[in-house]
Design a protein around this ligand. Sequence first.
Ligand code: GCO
Length: 411
Amino acid sequence: MAAFPKGFLLGAATAAHQVEGGNIHSDYWVMENLPHSMFTEPSSDAVDHYNRYEEDIKLLADAGLNAYRFSIEWARIQPKPGEWANEEIEHYRKVLECCRANGVVPIVTMHHFSSPKWLISQGGWESSETVTLFAAYCERVVQALGGLMGYICTINEANMGLQLASLMRDMKRFRPSARSETGDVQVGVNISDSGRIALSMQEAGEAFGCDSRGINTFLSLRTPEGDKLIMRAHEAARDAMKAVCPHLKVGVTLSLHDLQALAGGEEAAAKEWDEEFSHYLYAIKNDDFLGVQCYTRKRFNAVGAIGPEEGANRTQMGYEDYPLAVANVVRAVSRVFTGDIIITENGIATSDDERRVMFIKEALAGVQSCLDDGLNVKGYMYWSLLDNFEWQLGFSKTFGLITVDRVTQKR
Ligand code: GCO
C-alpha cells in the first residue's frame, strides 16, 4: 500500500459511553438499567477506558497510528444543571496530554449520542434551550482545554435521529429484519423485540420524570424541527468554541451510506441522499471540515431499498461487508462539498481479524484513489480502537483493532 501524504491523520476512534464505563449521570445509563430495557445488556464498566486510557493510547501509537478520535462526556462534565465537575475536566486534560506525549493528534467529539440525564428530563433534543446549554458546555470545556485541542467534532452523526425515524416508519411497513438487511442500521439498535418498546418507554418516562412521548434522547425519533435544532446546536457550539480558541478546526459528523441505484432506483436513492446529506449543507458551509462516517452500501430499485445480492458477505451488524463504500461516499460528498473531509468512522464488526485486515486494506486503497484524484481527504479513523458497547446490542459486535476480555479487561 502506497504511503499517505505527510500529515495525513491515520487513526482510530472510540466514544466515551461505549468504552469508558461508569457513565452514571447519563441518559443511556438510565435506559440500559430499566426493568424492561431495550438494551441487551448494560454498559456497566464497559472496557474501563476511563482508567486505562494511557495503555490504550500507547497501544494506538505503538501500532503506528498518529491520531485518536475520542469523545468528552457531557454527563461527566455537567452531572447536574449549572454544576461543573472540574475533576472531570482535569481527567480529559490528562487524556489530551497523554495523546500529545505519545505523538498522537487528538480529534475530540463533544457529543457522541449520550447526554446528561437532566437534559432529557427538561426536553432533550427537541427543546430549543438545548442549543444554548450545549454551546455553554462546549465553551466551558474549550476555555479549560482548548490549548490542548485541535480538531473538534461538535456532534457525532447529527443526522442519526432522522435516519432512525425513517427506519421505524418503514419497520411498520416491512419485516423488522428487512431494514438491517438493506444497510439502514449503521448503529446498534435492538429491532428484534419491538414488543418491549412501549413498556420500556413508559418506564423511561417515569425515570426521566416526563411523559413517555416526550423523551427526546439524541437517538429518539427526530422530528424535522428537532433535526434543525441539532444543526443550530452544532453551529452555536462551533461559533462559541472558535470565539475562545480561533485555532480550532471544528466540524460535525454525519452517518452516510454509499447509495447505489439499480435501474429504476435513481429517484429513491436521490431522495435518501438529500435526507441524509444534502439538506445539511446549509449548516456546514462555515465549518472547517466534515466528518464522514460510512460502513456499507445501500441499494435501491424501483420499489425502494433492497438488500445485498444473494450470498453477499455480511458483518456482525447484519449489513453488507462492503469496504468500497467509504471511498464511494467521499466521492459523492466531494461533488457538492469542497471543504476538508475527515473519515471519522469506518470499520467492520467481525470475529475474523484476517477479514478485518483485508477490509481495512480495501477501504484505504479506496481512500488513496480519492487522494490520487485530488479530493480533500485529511484523515481516516478506523472504528474502533477497542471492542466496545454497541449501544442496544451490547458488547456482542466486535469492531476493535484491540480485543478486550471484559472479565479481566485485558487488552
Ligand atoms: C455510530 C456511532 C458508533 C457506532 C459505530 C458502529 O455511527 O453509530 O458513531 O457509536 O458504534 O458506528 O456501529
